[in-house]
Design a binder for this molecule. Structure first.
Ligand SMILES: [Fe+2]
Length: 249
């Protein structure tokens, strides 16, 4: 499996708080069948987690990867960020202030849970105009998508990738995100599923349970599409695959 959304860089956001915790998160991922993982620290959250591209952030990433190798953890670590959507986002992409997913045209972004859908539409359109390809983190957690899943359908038909969270599917964020995640899966609107891991204890990088659950619910080939095939396409900057999206009307 490939996990494209994790908070494993130590001490930069509300994810891992130390190098030890980061190594534990990587070991848990590897043990549960993940062979490649993208570190996606929160970025562009004003006054909280700014984390723009910098030599210090590069050094931290490289230090984690060195320690991973020394600890013998068999996993490939790649760079990314989870970028909070502000009006500056397109400009940040254009001026290389942020890390896209493994240096491709794909970038992982998140919205405020109660964002105005028209605002989302406008930011996404401006990023797309610059030839960047949005991967939208956990749409099933947004209030406005729960209320109107047509928004997810529209995003999907515009070619944006929808990344669902492991915890939503397994019911760890409550009934609404769970129901919406399952609805999006049934309608063929998800490009991939990731851990959005924050700590070894809660919201971890352990993915085997999710894989087994998805195989049971959706079958082997859909599960493979969500946990391996599309994440690999994101890593390599190739076009996403999917089923024909099913509208809600
Ligand atoms: Fe996240």
């Amino acid at each position: 499996m490939i996990d494209i959304h994790t908070h494993v860089l130590p001490g930069v956001d509300d994810g891992s708080q130390s190098m030890e915790e980061s190594l534990e998160l990587l070991a848990i991922a590897a043990d549960s069948g993940v062979h490649t993982l993208i570190a996606t620290p929160h970025c562009n959250i004003p006054d909280e987690y700014e984390n723009y591209a910098s030599p210090e952030l590069t050094e931290l990433f490289e230090r984690l990867d060195r320690e991973r190798a020394e600890a013998g953890i068999p996993i490939r670590l790649c760079r990314g960020m989870e970028i909070f959507a502000t009006p500056e986002l397109p400009e940040l992409l254009r001026t290389d202030r942020i890390w896209t997913l493994n240096g491709t045209r794909y970038f992982l972004m998140e919205f405020a849970f109660q964002e105005d859908p028209d605002y989302c539409r406008e930011i996404l359109r401006r990023c797309r105009e610059l030839d960047y390809l949005p991967i939208i983190a956990h749409p099933e957690r947004y209030d406005f998508v729960q209320e109107d899943p047509d928004i997810a359908y529209e995003w999907c038909t515009l070619g944006y990738g929808l990344q669902l969270n492991k915890g939503s599917i397994l019911g760890r964020f409550g009934s609404e995100p769970r129901a919406t995640a399952h609805l999006l899966l049934e309608h063929g609107l998800a490009a991939c599923v990731a851990s959005d891991a924050h700590s070894p204890f809660q919201r971890s990088t352990y993915m085997a349970e999710l894989r087994d659950y998805l195989i049971e619910e959706l079958g082997e080939s859909y599960t493979r599409l969500l946990l391996e095939e599309n994440p690999a396409r994101i890593l390599n900057g190739r076009e996403l695959l999917g089923y024909e999206p099913i509208p809600f009307w």
